[in-house]
Design a protein around this ligand. Structure first.
Ligand code: GDP
Length: 195
């Protein structure tokens, strides 16, 4: 995909605020600080479209980005941040469930995990949630540049096994630092919207 146009559209907290022009949509889900914003910026070749921050758990809105007037990326709030109050976590869960189970234009969730570490229980819960609701998932194992190439396959295997990934579900090894895996990921996205 050659990205000619990428724009932030809205930060939404409820369905009435979601874009309603029916373009296909891909949600980015992952633990806080896993690298979702960096991944979006890398895909659209913009330094700062999605805000990257080292302060986890900040974003509690769903941020929509329109790309080439063709599709949306929906950056959903990161999960698994231990220090947020229970009430915030409950609100997060409700908003996520509403969005993920109700969004008709959602083509797939891009679930971002850190390839350096085995998936956390939050990662496992998210994957199983998506399988339960039959929402297509593309797992992206990011920060590949932080481990040596020789270890990549071992770490990919640990990720697949840790999530108990269904055979046939794609896993893309990725690095926002080097853009490794970018074409593969665009390929996965394009194949789901018939481009
Ligand atoms: P988010 O909270 O999931 O949106 O995470 P960010 O995109 O803000 O990234 C969190 C931190 O990880 C930042 O310091 C990024 O620079 C760093 N980061 C993200 N992706 C990569 C990657 O692929 N490689 C490396 N080396 N660092 C990354």
């Amino acid at each position: 995909m050659i990205v000619k146009k990428a724009e932030f559209v809205i930060s939404a907290v409820k369905p009435a605020q979601y874009p309603d022009d029916a373009l296909p949509e891909f949600a980015l889900a992952g633990r806080s600080n896993v690298g979702k914003s960096s991944l979006i910026n890398c895909l659209v070749r913009r330094k700062n479209l999605a805000r990257t921050s080292s302060k986890p758990g900040k974003t509690q809105t769903i941020n929509f980005y329109r790309v080439n007037d063709l599709l949306y990326f929906a950056d959903v709030p990161g999960y698994g941040f231990a220090r947020v109050p229970k009430s915030v976590r409950a609100a997060w869960g409700k908003m996520m469930e509403t969005y993920l189970t109700g969004r008709e234009t959602l083509k797939a969730v891009i679930q971002v995990v850190d390839v350096r570490h085995p998936p956390t229980s939050d990662d496992q819960n998210m994957y199983h949630f998506l399988k339960h609701y039959k929402i297509p998932v593309i797992v992206v194992a990011t920060k590949a540049d932080k481990i040596s190439k020789g270890k990549w396959q071992k770490h990919v295997k640990v990720t697949r096994e840790g999530l108990q990934m269904v055979k046939g579900d794609p896993l893309v090894l990725f690095s926002a630092e080097t853009s490794y895996g970018k074409d593969d990921l665009w390929g996965e996205i394009e194949s789901r919207i018939g481009v």
